[in-house]
Design a protein around this ligand. Structure first.
Ligand code: FPP
Length: 249
């Protein structure tokens, strides 16, 4: 490799590869709005802008998979007007931002219980997934009506039904079999999970998949999130010593 083509930056240090899969728990829209004395809906709108910045920054950093926790199965318990604002924002995104995703080489997939949404939104989800299906620069998962426990329970139920029907031997059910029945089947596990707003919880996000993820909690409220915050989280990831249960010495 010639010196010019080597991946060298910053005083000759080699830049480590970006984490393959980054998950983000986007938290703090409500507090951002409260701090400004504006309605929560404006916090979510500003959060959607931050989402755009994060997608762009992830692509530029060379991240291959990005999973964003946008609406949890528990978020249905919020007041009806807030649920309406959030789902309205998602629909707007599905209708109007897909062209931008195509331009950026982003493939969109929705994980979670899409049957919880109305037929119109379900059709828009399918349409957006189909239109972006040929893109490969960045795989973007948006978790909607998603809960990690529900996802695992659904996978267990599917395996139990297949065993009861005689399609599979119950003794063959192992970790790989369960993983193959999750919404994330065939995707790499997250290497890095970020939560913003200073809260240090996983909140039912990618429970099975986060087994060996590095967790980074950042104080910034989601609407203020920018490329520099993602770069900081990735730098922190690179400072971690990942052993996957083994010993290095
Ligand atoms: C958490 O803030 C954020 C959410 C519940 C929704 C996340 C949604 C977005 C970032 C906008 C839309 C996303 C897409 C993909 C278009 P919170 O309301 O829990 O904040 P708080 O903890 O400060 O009250």
């Amino acid at each position: 490799m010639s010196a010019a083509s080597q991946p060298i930056r910053n005083r000759g240090e080699t830049t480590p590869p970006a984490p393959t899969h980054v998950g983000i728990i986007m938290d703090g829209n409500g507090r951002w709005a409260a701090a400004r004395g504006v309605p929560r809906a404006l916090g979510h709108k500003a959060g959607a802008e931050a989402t755009r910045r994060a997608i762009e920054a992830a692509g530029e950093l060379g991240v291959s998979w990005l999973t964003l926790f946008a609406f949890s199965s528990e978020n249905w318990r919020r007041p009806a007007d807030e649920v309406r604002d959030l789902t309205g924002l998602m629909r707007h995104y599905l209708r109007h931002e897909v062209g931008q995703l195509v331009e950026q080489g982003v493939r969109l997939r929705i994980i979670g219980d899409r049957s919880a949404f109305g037929p119109g939104m379900q059709a828009e989800i399918e349409q957006a997934e189909t239109v972006t299906a040929g893109n490969a620069r960045l795989n973007l998962n948006v978790a909607l009506s998603y809960g990690g426990r529900a996802e695992i329970a659904k996978a267990a139920g599917a395996l139990a039904r297949r065993a009861a029907a005689g399609e599979i031997d119950p003794a063959s059910i192992d970790e790989a079999a369960l993983a193959a029945h999750l919404d994330t089947a065939g995707m790499p596990d997250p290497d890095l999970i970020i939560r913003t707003s200073g809260e240090s919880r996983i909140s039912n996000f990618l429970l099975w998949q986060c087994a060996y993820a590095e967790l980074v909690f950042q104080p910034v409220l989601w609407p203020d999130y920018g490329a520099e915050h993602l770069r900081e989280a990735v730098a922190e990831f690179h400072r971690r010593d990942r052993r996957f249960g083994a010993r290095t010495g």
